[in-house]
Each structure stands twice: as structure tokens, then as C-alpha cells.
Design a protein around this ligand. Structure first.
Ligand SMILES: C[S@@+](CC[C@H](N)C(=O)[O-])C[C@H]1O[C@@H](n2cnc3c(N)ncnc32)[C@H](O)[C@@H]1O
Length: 207
């Protein structure tokens, strides 16, 4: 990622002290689908997606302050009002900030693979965390997974399907590249280099 400095204004500090979910209609000053992104980097996906979908209310977690604040800065600079950035560990705050069944989509793009054994505890898609994400999704809600790490792609897809998410393409199937979709920052790099990307678009069952 590009070299950037740390911007002084924290991102999403107001959400961190909450003990129960905010009224998101009030937070955004609008109604519409509520979407969540985990580990958005500097927001290559979030900023463009929010620009294209002004009716969507988008909450992006990124625990690296530099990236989170830069994303917030860019959103403000470009008048993107439907994005809220929170500089925190998503795992610690999700249950307090979102009601069950309230999310239209959860997006996880190129999660860190955490190769070292000592870092395994940072892996995001554990079975328990996946169950939590599933509970926060609305019936019919989308889980958008993208990664370049082949064997992790298969593991994560298996975890998501085992939790009860439905794969419209059939169990274990990945989604072909869709040129209409917004690529994430990392995805743009792989699209340029031709390196394979594994994409899954799963749905929470309607009942
Ligand atoms: C490999 S980068 C991918 C960034 C972006 N999604 C993309 O596709 O370009 C993974 C990002 O997830 C962030 N991250 C990892 N675990 C996190 C957590 N528990 N909460 C918030 N952010 C996290 C990292 O700081 C990093 O910016």
C-alpha cells in the first residue's frame, strides 16, 4: 500500500463507547441497506462502492489507524456521506454495534492469512465469528468473500457453508470475475498482474 502519514482525527471514536447498537437511521440521516466491511485497508472498495450506491449505509472496520483515518479523510474530501469508518478490531465491536438480522451484506476482501502460528489467533473467519456474522445478516443477506490465497479460500468457503450460508453456484464453487463489481485495492493489483483471485458470493437463507 502507498506510504501515508497518520492523520490526526480518529475514525469512528464515537462508536467505541456504545454498549448497544446505535440507531443507524439517525447516524446516517437516511434509511437504506446497512452493509459491513471487515478490514478495508484504505478503502479502495468502500469509497468507490459508496459513491456508486449512495442509498447504502456502509460501515468499514480497519484496525490500522493510518488506513482508517486516510479512508475517512478521503470520504469527507469527496463528499461521500454514506460511509462510516471505525478504527478498531472488528471482532470486539460487532456484537455491540449491530442488531441480529440488520445487515444486508458483510464484505471480507483479502483477509490477512496470518501465516505464523503465533498469529493464528488473529484469523478472522473462525467458526464462532462466522456464526456471529451469520446472525447479524438479514435473511437473504450477502456474504462477499475475496482472496488470493487458494487453500485459505477453500477453508473459508467451507466454514461459511458449514455455518449455513448458501452458495447459489453449488457447494465449494467460486464466483467468476464480474466486471461490474467494484474491485478492492488488492484485487486491482491482481487484476493487473493476472494472479488468480477466489471470489464467493453466499446468501443467508430466507428462512
Ligand atoms: C490484506 S489487507 C486487505 C485490505 C482490503 N480489504 C483490500 O482488499 O485491499 C487486510 C486488512 O485487514 C485489516 N484487519 C485485519 N484484521 C482486522 C480486524 N480484526 N479488525 C479490523 N481490521 C483488520 C488489516 O489491517 C488490513 O488492512
Amino acid at each position: 500500500m502507498a506510504r501515508i502519514g497518520l492523520r490526526p482525527e480518529p475514525a469512528g471514536k464515537e462508536f467505541l463507547a456504545l454498549t448497544e447498537p446505535p440507531d443507524w437511521d439517525q447516524v446516517f440521516g437516511s434509511k437504506g441497506p446497512l452493509e459491513l466491511e471487515l478490514g478495508s485497508g484504505m478503502g479502495g472498495f468502500a469509497l468507490e462502492y459508496c459513491r456508486r450506491h449512495p442509498e447504502t449505509r456502509y460501515v468499514a472496520f480497519e484496525w490500522r489507524k493510518k488506513y482508517a483515518r486516510e479512508m475517512q479523510h478521503r470520504a469527507r474530501k469527496h463528499g461521500i456521506g454514506n460511509l462510516r469508518v471505525i478504527e478498531a478490531d472488528a471482532r470486539a465491536y460487532l456484537p455491540r454495534l449491530f442488531r441480529p438480522g440488520s445487515l444486508a451484506a458483510v464484505r471480507l476482501h483479502f483477509p490477512d492469512p496470518w501465516w505464523k502460528r503465533a498469529h493464528q489467533k488473529r484469523v478472522l473467519l473462525t467458526a464462532d465469528f462466522t456464526q456471529l456474522l451469520l446472525s447479524l445478516l438479514a435473511p437473504g443477506g450477502l456474504f462477499d468473500l475475496r482472496t488470493d490465497v487458494g487453500h485459505r479460500a477453500h477453508q473459508m468457503l467451507a466454514t461459511l457453508e458449514a455455518a449455513g450460508l448458501q452458495n447459489p453456484l453449488g457447494p465449494g464453487a467460486f464466483h467468476p470475475f464480474d466486471p461490474e463489481e467494484v474491485p478492492s485495492t488488492r484485487e486491482r493489483r491482481y487484476l493487473a498482474s493476472g494472479q488468480p483471485v477466489y471470489r464467493a458470493r453466499l446468501r443467508k437463507p430466507l428462512r
